[in-house]
Design a protein around this ligand. Sequence first.
Ligand code: NBG
Length: 830
Amino acid sequence: MPKNSHAAPPQPAEDIRTGMSVESIRRAFLDNLFFVQGRFLQVASSDDEYKALAFTIRDRMLQRWVATIQTYQKTNCRTVAYLSAEYLPGPHLGNNMLSLGITEVAREALAELGLDLDALIAYEEEPGLGNGGLGRLAACFMDSLATLQIPAISYGIRYQFGIFNQHIRDGWQTELTDTWLRFGNPWEVRRPHVAYEVQLGGHTESYLDDNNRYRVRWVPHETFRGVAIDTPILGYGVNTVNALRLWSAEAPESFDFHAFNTGDYFGAVNREIRSETISKVLYPNDEPETGKRLRLLQQHFFVSCSLQDLIRIHQTTKLPLTKLHEKFSIQLNDTHPAIAVAELMRLLIDIHQLDWDEAWGVTSRTFAYTNHTLLPEALEKWPVEMFESLLPRHLQIVYEINARFLDEVRLRFPYDADRVSRMSIIDESGPRWVRMAHLACVGCFAINGVAALHSRLLQETVLKDFHDLWPNKFSNKTNGVTPRRFMMLSNPGLTALLDRTVGRGWARDLDRLRQLEEHADEPAFQEEWRAIKLDRKQALAKLVQERLGIEIDPTSLYDIQAKRIHEYKRQHLNVLHIIALYSRLKRNPGLDITPRTFIFGGKAAPGYHMAKLIIKLIHGVGDIVNRDPDVAGRLKVVFLPNYSVKLAQWVYPAADLSEQISTAGKEASGTGNMKFSMNGALTIGTLDGANVEIRDEVGPENFFLFGLTAEEVERARADGYRPYDVYESDPELKDAIDLLSSGLFARGDRELFRPLVDHLLNHDSYLLLADFASYIECQDRVAEAYRNPTQWTRMSILNAARMSKFSSDRTIGEYCRDIWHASPVPVKLP
Ligand code: NBG
């Protein structure tokens, strides 16, 4: 490729760091390449080129960032603080260019240098600082907060190793460490002076202060330091840049002087290494065991740094700490940061000398809590002994909060000792545990679930006692996703069509997509719609060919399930359908079926054996189906390794059918379901999570519904559900399960999938068998519908047209109105 680097004539009119013209971008790129990377075009690697462009874009964001900080300081505005242990922002470059409105300018500037913008975008490694939906939701919220110009700061942990990289060997998942920081991260700005000390271990002492007041002093065993590393988050089409502030752990000094003076140099260095381990690695969720010390330590670490930082910022306003809740609203993303309730009390009482009632007045008016799951195994609790050994002072505070809280419960329900022990923050039914969800409920003024059904079930089941006590604390905030990343960035063809049809600006006002309804039956519009889908399907086919060497047919129905692998999400129900189709074709090779490509993506927790077995099963079935000439051209099965935000951007636009098939009552919301639908995929789904609301919005005639409702699931269980009877009574199910047990998909090994089959036949905790017949019948309707392109395209258009509710802008608007009481603060450039 010719690299054309001759210097441009000097153009003083536009600043090289802020100018938005092709000319300034081109010059800035060369300038950064030279002065930051120490390179020139002829010898630059992809990494050099990527970074030169990243710095060029970042320069343009920094100007807006500084203006934002100045505006926030000047107006002393109310600010949202979002505390989350996970963030999955996806690659930044493309999104930042989109927000700046500079993509085409950059493309041209690079083309003049003989470089391809898309190749540089594709080069970026994404920060995998989350497991799945919860971390990605946090990232969508950051995008919407900035786009809606809400003053906000997001706090988390700068894991050195994010979520593991998934490799597939012989059909099995293996985990490789993520090394996203290996070549450095051009988007972050290290703030060495924004650093706080965090303590752990040791014991507490009581004493009387100068005013003869009883006080407690914590004498910790160890101290760490957290250093702030900031990433700018720019809103779409505005000047607002909010900070994502991630904490990185360090030793308090590079040398432990005591150890050093006694000659223990290596001990001192070791200590530094130990400190760093706190922010070393992200914990994969869905792991069977609980009670990991390091995880609690991580939570305390980032929460403590964040609260100290908020107090410091608050003190610059000259307002007393008793008004902290007037300046900040702090959102706890699940229970991971719930220790904040005790930590803020400690900081206010022990460090800032407030008395208990003052401190509680602030604390209980500052925090709000979002619950993201009903699964009992995902509700965090810590063994009391472990908690005490790490955080002795916090345990005392938790006990005190609990004692006062339980008095309140007894007053309200005087004859109900059971209720008191059910609600206690300390679970004393066996070995003692600290229940983090209870601490969150007691310490927060607002509690919400993430979809209507989920919020209702929360109030009726897991948090029923708290709802009885404080009904006004509860509300629902149905999740949403950002149309910027998941429509504009992922699907430029669709974006262009929408721009032409409903006018630019729809991505900030998704209601405008309603206008598409008028075109749903127009043949010419339908033609364009299908061409866009086909283009994305071809692109995914190319990716599959390159990565897996499997050829897939872009005219076949792309049936996609992409999400974490979990029994409740029922990827294996999807597999049973594939086996059933395969079996139909083997028995009747002439059968005329709708050709389908089944595509899976998702990681399994490293210690979750059943989930890993499901991945193996998908591969086992794929190996047979993809090689069998009898079904060639009609069935294909593909597993896309290492599903990520980056890969997701290829997947959503290419889907015809979106699999949202969890057992009703188990998926809190789901957000992939929204992203598929926005890109015109039709959903096959249960009445679970946000599926319920998606179906309400798009209309039941544009949604493939199957399966038991959450109530029916409960009833079936209560009535002594017997999966074996279902197996015996449904020949197609029996046939599929028998084929699965036969060893066909395991090269003759009849034992390999036995744990899966045994579980299904004897327990079937997630009611696959109960939903099988309904699922198959529904899939047959899908296949039939796909044969009518006019009808299918109409449904597809209506899905996209009716998705406005699921923009994260709507969700954030509701949080701002009902919980945070925050309003927009526009930022002007000087
Ligand atoms: C997940 C739920 C999803 C939901 C996301 C975001 C956890 C604990 N929960 O259904 O399983 O969409 O949170 O709310 O990761």
